[in-house]
Design a protein around this ligand. Structure first.
Ligand code: TGC
Ligand code: FAD
Length: 387
C-alpha cells in the first residue's frame, strides 16, 4: 500500500476522532478560504481581516479554553492541529490565531479575575474583540527581564510609560496585554484602544509576514484603573507562561508550511521536464524530496508527543523550546530548498514556497530566536546559564 507522502508514519492514525475532525475542518477552511486569496494579500501587505468572523465561527479563537467563556474547550493536540493547518495557508493567519488565543485570551484566563474573564473572553472568542500582546521592547526582545516600560501606582490607578516593538495585531487590536515593570515586579495590564496616551504605529517595509499586522506601541502617561491589572501573577513568569502556550502552537504550525512547500515542489518537479526527463526522476531531486519528508515525519512525531504531554499536564517549557527550534529550522530549510527546486518560478508569489520561506524568517525569530531556544536546551543539559 502506498504511504501518504505527507504522513509517512501514519501519525494521523494516532489522533482521536475529534482531533481528526478538527484537522479536517481547518484544512477545508485553509483550502477554500485562505489559499485562494493569501498570495494577493501577502503582495498587498494586507491582513485578510474578512476571515476573522469565519475563524471565530469555527471555534479557533481560544480553542483550548472552557466553553463557559464561549470557547471550544478542545485539547492541546487539537490546538496544535489548528495551527498546523492554518500555517499550511500562511504563517500570518496562524499568527493571528496564536496571538489572540495564547497571548491574549490565555493570560486573561490564567491570570485575570473572573470579572475580567467574563468581560473579555466571550467577545474575543467571537472575534468581536481583537487582542495584541506587548512584551518585546525596541532595545532587545530576547531579554525581556530588562524591561523599560514602567507602571507606577497613583492612588487607585496606574500610570504607564514606555514602548513596545514588533507587536502582532498592534494596529488591529481593540485591547493590548501590556507587560510593565512595577515596584512589585513585572505585571500585566489590559489596555484599551483609544485610551489617552496609548498609540500604535504600523511597521512597514516588511519582507516577511506581510499578511499580518505588526506595530510599535507607545504609552505616554496612560492611566488605567487597578481593575485593568491582571491580579493573579507577578514577575517574568507571567509573560513567559503565555509564551510557552504560544510557542507550543508554533511547534506545530511550521509543519503545515513545510507540507505546503513539499506539495508544491513535488508536483512541480514531476511535471518539469529537463534533459528529457522530469526533474523528479533525478537522484539529486529525489534525495532532496526524501530529506524533506524525513524531517517532516520527525517533526510530526515530536509535536504529537509534546501535545500528549501537554494534555497530560506534564509538558515542560524546555521541551517546547526543543520542538520550536527543531520545527522552525526544519520548515525554513524545506521552504528554501523547495524555492530552489522551482527554479526561477520560485521567486514569485505565484508559488507559495518563497512566501513561506520569507514568513518563516519571522517565525524562527519571534517567540524566542533559534539561539534562545538552543541556549535553553544547553542550560538544561549543563546546568550552566549561558545567556
Ligand atoms: P528566569 O529569570 O530564569 O525565569 C523567570 C521565571 O519564569 C519562569 N519561566 C517560565 N515559565 C513559563 N514558561 C517558560 N518558558 C518559562 N521560562 C522561565 C521561571 O521558572 C521563573 O519563575 P520564578 O517563579 O522562579 O520567578 O528566566 P529565564 O532565564 O528562563 O529566561 C531567559 C530567556 C532568555 C529564556 C527568556 O527571557 C526568553 O524566553 N526570552 C525570549 C523572549 C521571547 O520569546 N519573546 C517573545 C515575545 S512575544 C512574540 O514574539 C509573539 S510573536 C506572536 C505571533 O505573531 O505568532
Ligand atoms: P534581539 O533580542 O536583539 O536579538 C538579536 C540577535 O542576538 C538574535 O540573533 C538573537 O538570537 C541573538 N542573541 C540574543 N541573545 C543571545 C545570547 N545570549 N547569545 C548569543 N546571541 C544572542 N513580540 C511581542 O512581544 N509581541 C508580538 O506580538 C510580537 N510579534 C512579532 C511579530 C514579528 C513579525 C516579529 C519579527 C517579531 C515579533 N515580536 C513580538 C518580537 C520577537 O519576539 C522578537 O523579535 C524576538 O524575541 C527577538 O528580539 P529582537 O528582535 O529584539 O532581537
Amino acid at each position: 500500500m502506498a504511504l501518504h507522502p505527507y504522513d509517512l508514519y501514519d501519525v494521523r492514525s494516532l489522533l482521536s476522532e475529534e482531533e481528526r475532525a478538527v484537522q479536517d475542518t481547518v484544512a477545508r477552511f485553509t483550502d477554500e478560504r485562505v489559499i485562494p486569496i493569501i498570495g494577493d494579500a501577502f503582495d498587498a501587505g494586507r491582513f485578510p481581516k474578512e476571515l476573522v468572523p469565519e475563524i471565530a465561527e469555527l471555534g479557533l479563537l481560544g480553542s483550548s479554553l472552557p466553553e463557559k467563556y464561549g470557547c471550544a474547550g478542545l485539547n492541546g493536540v487539537s490546538y496544535g492541529l489548528i495551527c498546523q493547518e492554518l500555517e499550511r495557508g500562511d504563517s500570518g493567519i496562524r499568527s493571528f490565531v496564536s496571538v489572540q488565543s495564547s497571548l491574549c485570551m490565555y493570560p486573561i484566563y490564567a491570570y485575570g479575575s473572573e470579572e475580567q474573564r467574563m468581560r473579555w473572553l466571550p467577545d474575543m472568542a467571537a472575534g468581536k474583540v481583537i487582542g495584541c500582546f506587548g512584551l518585546t521592547e525596541p532595545h532587545g526582545g530576547s531579554d525581556p527581564a530588562n524591561m523599560k516600560t514602567r507602571a507606577v501606582r497613583d492612588g487607585g490607578d496606574w500610570v504607564i510609560n514606555g514602548s513596545k516593538m514588533w507587536i502582532t495585531n498592534g494596529n488591529l487590536a481593540d485591547i493590548a496585554i501590556v507587560w510593565a515593570q512595577t515596584d512589585e515586579g513585572i505585571q500585566g495590564f489590559v489596555l484599551e484602544k483609544g485610551m489617552p496616551g496609548f498609540t500604535a504605529q504600523e511597521i512597514k517595509h516588511k519582507m516577511s509576514l506581510r499578511a499580518s499586522v505588526t506595530s510599535a506601541l507607545f504609552f505616554d502617561n496612560v492611566r488605567v484603573p487597578d481593575s485593568s491589572r491582571l491580579p493573579n501573577v507577578k514577575g517574568l513568569k507571567g509573560p513567559l507562561g503565555c509564551l510557552t502556550q504560544a510557542r507550543y502552537g508554533i511547534t506545530w504550525g511550521p509543519i503545515g508550511a513545510a507540507i505546503a512547500c513539499l506539495d508544491e515542489a513535488l508536483n512541480y518537479s514531476k511535471e518539469r521536464i529537463l534533459f528529457d526527463r522530469p526533474v523528479a526522476a533525478t537522484q539529486s531531486a529525489q534525495i532532496k524530496l526524501a530529506e524533506m519528508a524525513r524531517r517532516i515525519t520527525l517533526a510530526q512525531l515530536l509535536v504529537l508527543q509534546l501535545g500528549r504531554l501537554k494534555d497530560a499536564g506534564t509538558m515542560q517549557p524546555q521541551q517546547v523550546s526543543l520542538a520550536k527550534w527543531n520545527n522552525c529550522r526544519m520548515a525554513i530549510d524545506i521552504a528554501r530548498e523547495c524555492r530552489d527546486l522551482l527554479g526561477g518560478a520560485g521567486i514569485t508569489t505565484e508559488h507559495a514556497a518563497i512566501r513561506h520561506a520569507l514568513n518563516l524568517e519571522s517565525v524562527i525569530t519571534y517567540e524566542g530566536t533559534e539561539t534562545v531556544h538552543q541556549l535553553v536546551i544547553g542550560r538544561e543539559l549543563t546546568g550552566i546559564n549561558a545567556f
